[in-house]
Design a binder for this molecule. Structure first.
Ligand code: ZN
Length: 313
């Protein structure tokens, strides 16, 4: 990685990862456990970047650079993965009407790393880490991460800032709409996978945008879903979000995905992309940002969505 200094990955960026179970420490709180996972991932991600030149094979395409850890794939499979990643990037960029603003981000192209060494998949403003064990089997997960990458509008302001202290980060996170971030990336990945073409991402349920509402309804009928539901269409992050993926992240992603689908179908994808960007560029609460961008209270969106789910047959 000549000439590129790796930036700290904000906890927000780490939080957008997916799908791995990590060991938990029974004496610690959920927040301690999440913080531990996040800092382990930051350290590991830095290591992946600094060793890429020797540990990985490099592929450059029109919009991005991809490093694949040696030994993961045959040469033919590496080329196929690189081609699909580039196509997924292009369809996401077209759909969201966003490009990688390289001058503002300080690098010409984003770097993607397909690796098992950096923990769950996650994206920052310039680097995307793809958890090989999940993403090789389900390459549309890369589109999910590309959505996160493209919707960082200003890497140096608000929640996107990479120099937030732990206290500032905690304060901002308490008023954040994480459901919006994960719901948006999950919805868009499923919407676009077939255009690459790839099967749906199947991150946390065995279905896609056509079945997500039924899955959400199932989660609401059980305790693990009920436990995270107060954070969906609201603010803050449930405890153990990073540390307990099957019981906390799974229902949270599915519920956020269903709510974002509901809002996109009514407010439109361009308003929702703008909401995502403005929320993370800034420091206002998710309630304020939703009201400003959609001209409707978040609590009302939430109520209408829950009523819609209750009426599914
Ligand atoms: Zn995500």
């Amino acid at each position: 990685m000549s000439g590129q200094t790796h930036r700290r990955i904000a906890l927000f960026a780490v939080l957008v990862g997916l799908g791995i179970v990590t060991g938990s420490r029974p004496s610690a709180t959920g927040q301690d456990r999440d913080q531990q996972v996040a800092s382990d991932m930051q350290r590991a991600s830095r290591e992946v970047v600094s060793t890429a030149a020797t540990a990985a094979d490099r592929f450059e395409s029109r919009h991005l650079i991809l490093y694949i850890d040696k030994g993961l794939l045959s040469t033919a499979a590496e080329q196929q993965f690189s081609a699909d990643l580039e196509k997924g990037f292009v369809v996401a960029s077209d759909y969201l009407q966003r490009t990688f603003n390289s001058r503002q981000r300080g690098v010409g192209k984003p770097s993607y790393y397909l690796t098992n060494r950096a923990g769950i998949s996650h994206a920052g403003a310039t680097d995307v880490f793809l958890f090989a064990r999940r993403v090789i089997a389900s390459p549309a997960i890369a589109i999910h991460e590309t959505v996160h990458l493209l919707l960082v509008r200003t890497a140096t302001t608000g929640r996107n800032r990479e120099d937030l202290s732990a206290d500032e980060e905690a304060t901002l996170m308490a008023t954040s709409g994480l459901w919006l971030v994960e719901g948006m990336a999950s919805y868009v990945a499923d919407e676009l996978a077939a255009r690459v073409p790839l099967p749906p991402a199947r991150l946390f349920f065995d279905g896609d945008n056509s079945t997500v509402d039924t899955e959400a309804r199932k989660w609401l009928a059980e305790s693990r879903g009920q436990k995270v539901a107060p954070f969906v269409g609201s603010h803050g992050i449930p405890e153990d979000f990073l540390a307990d993926r099957p019981n906390v992240a799974a229902p949270f992603y599915v519920l956020g995905h269903s709510l974002v689908k509901f809002m996109i179908r009514r407010a439109g994808v361009s308003a929702m992309a703008r909401l995502y960007e403005e929320h993370f560029d800034g420091t206002r609460s998710i309630e304020d940002d939703v009201k400003r961008v959609t001209r409707k209270e978040l609590s009302q969106w939430r109520e209408e969505w829950l009523r819609f789910l209750a009426d599914i047959r």
